[in-house]
Design a binder for this molecule. Sequence first.
Ligand code: ZN
Length: 267
Amino acid sequence: MWNGRRRSALTVASAAALVAALAACSPTSAAPTGTPEPSTSRPQVDQPTTITTPTPTPTPTPTPAFDKERLSIDDPASLWVVVNKLRPLDPADYQAPDLVNVPVPQVNGSQLRREASDAAAALFAAAADQGLELASQSAYRSYSTQVRVYNGWVNELGQEAADLTSARPGHSEHQTGLAIDIASVPASCSLDQCFGETPHGQWLAENAWRFGFVLRYPAGATSITGYEYEPWHFRYVGKELAAEMRKQGTATLEEFFGLPAAPDYAG
Ligand SMILES: [Zn+2]
């Protein structure tokens, strides 16, 4: 009796193993994702050696995808605000908060928002470590200051040419307190495209992102940004965004955030 029962049990176990092996090969046997394998009354048997469990490939911990919506691109007080000829500041006479004097050599008195100022100080210090002394040419400009600056360019160049080099009031990044025009000491090619060829301009283009700044008006992007190449104009966006743009090789905020090109004012 004992031997007979034993043989019978082995036969059942072999049949169950065969069913299990066939089920494992059947494309229809996949359980819906998330559905736990039901606990059945199937007898527990040792799996035949022909059934092998695939060795899981070790996967690196996935890097969380960059969240492009973490900060607003519309709020003028946001570090990610995108201001261009189609995206004026709202309100147009927005007053940037927490402005401080930037503790760096200055051509003109320069203010930035505190976080951008701290980052600029670190950027300038790192440049000085490389023997490259920098100065702030211009930083925060109020709405009323931009009125004077823009009107001055219009009087000198005419409106069409002025619009390529100076923002209309309410459309300037300088009004956010997050943009700075940088010059070399001694001055060379200040506010001129040849600044990009100087050691100072080249170092800035290569390293500003590490301090949270982007070269806002790169060469060849006038049809997107609305401005000619300005190798001196840097915009603080924070280290996270600056590093992501660098990593993705995206040159402009418009492209990064999938915004329409802003070659000119709407009207
Ligand atoms: Zn500028």
